[in-house]
Design a protein around this ligand. Structure first.
Ligand code: GLV
Ligand code: MG
Length: 317
């Protein structure tokens, strides 16, 4: 079993599972992932009907190559087991990944992993076909994030949930994903974000940021997305079609960064093999083995996004 941690997840669009109209609209949008929500965007009395709509939507139709995800209800709720069984049995061939919310201990992931394994066997799907994204969104989950990130080979990504997290730690703000007014210490989310990122990378997983709820505040959204992209995250949730373009742009590699990464790789190869030097100067900057590692990451991102080089290295005469 090997999880797919190479899927593009720059923008992950939340769509209430109880709204067939929003689901139909989501098919044609430019988000990398669509997740049909059975959890907090669906009222308790609408859960069963939403499950049926989501199954129907997955089975019928073209999602244009997007990652097809469903957020089920949390492992501590009475809805969760039926969410998994009905979804995986009835739409398991058309479902890429389950988003598990409110993961506060590794056992939540283990439970989902085992249940999916049983259903895959019974249905004759390939083992490990359905992946897992784990939402880290409370104090317990963040404290256990390293164990959670290692809990299943199905895990593809860790996802920060700012709304539930803000509630869990008592942050004094009602603006989801925005900096709390009055906080004077820099980025209020730096600690959970970096902690999630390190746990994800230590286990070969992607790291995804959660929503920015003020859908008309495009500047605020772009600031939040650019900041978390600079930190190293792979993508961010979007709650509205109008948020997709800015978020895709924030997580797409830039041409200048890609060119520079390829130049560093080429120059470093030249200096180490032809000139047999471990460190050298490139355009006024020292490059060495650590620069090569950093450049490999940026070059891989650019190549995966289909960028082409616009410069090449010429050794100084
Ligand atoms: C998302 O689930 C959040 O709690 O922010
Ligand atoms: Mg949440």
């Amino acid at each position: 079993m090997s999880a797919r941690t190479d899927r593009s997840r720059r923008s992950c669009l939340a769509v209430p599972g109880s709204s067939p109209r929003f689901i139909a609209k989501a098919r044609g949008l430019a988000a990398d992932e669509v997740f049909l929500d059975l959890e907090d965007a669906v009222a308790p009395d609408a859960k069963q009907e939403a499950r049926r709509s989501v199954i129907e939507a997955l089975r019928s139709g073209d999602w244009g190559g997007k990652v097809r995800a469903v957020r089920i209800n949390g492992a501590a709720t009475s809805w969760a087991y039926r969410d998994v069984i009905e979804l995986a049995e009835q739409a398991g061939r058309d479902l890429d990944v389950i988003v598990l919310p409110k993961v506060s201990e590794p056992q939540h992931v283990t439970w989902l992993d085992l249940l999916l394994g049983q259903i895959e066997q019974a249905m004759g799907y390939p083992a490990g076909r359905i992946g897992i994204e784990a939402q880290i969104e409370d104090a317990l989950g963040l404290a256990a994030v390293d164990a959670i990130a290692a809990a299943s080979p199905r895990l593809e990504a860790l996802v920060f949930g700012p709304a539930d997290f803000m509630a869990s730690v008592g942050m004094r703000s009602l603006e989801i994903g925005a900096q709390p007014a009055g906080y004077a210490g820099g980025d209020a989310f730096h600690y959970p974000l970096l902690r999630i990122l390190v746990a994800a990378r230590a286990n070969g997983l992607q790291a995804i940021d959660g929503p920015y709820a003020a859908i008309h505040d495009t500047d605020g959204l772009a600031r939040a997305a650019n900041s978390v992209a600079a930190l190293g995250f792979d993508g961010k949730w979007v709650l509205h079609p109008g948020q997709i373009a800015a978020v895709n742009a924030a997580f797409s590699p830039g041409q200048a960064e890609y060119d520079k990464a390829e130049l560093i790789l080429e120059a470093y190869q030249h200096y180490t093999t032809v000139e047999k030097r471990g460190a050298a100067m490139l355009d006024g900057e020292m490059i060495d083995e650590a620069s090569r590692k950093l450049a490999l990451v940026a070059a891989a991102r650019g190549r995966a996004a289909g960028l082409a080089r616009t410069q090449s290295f010429g050794p100084p005469a």
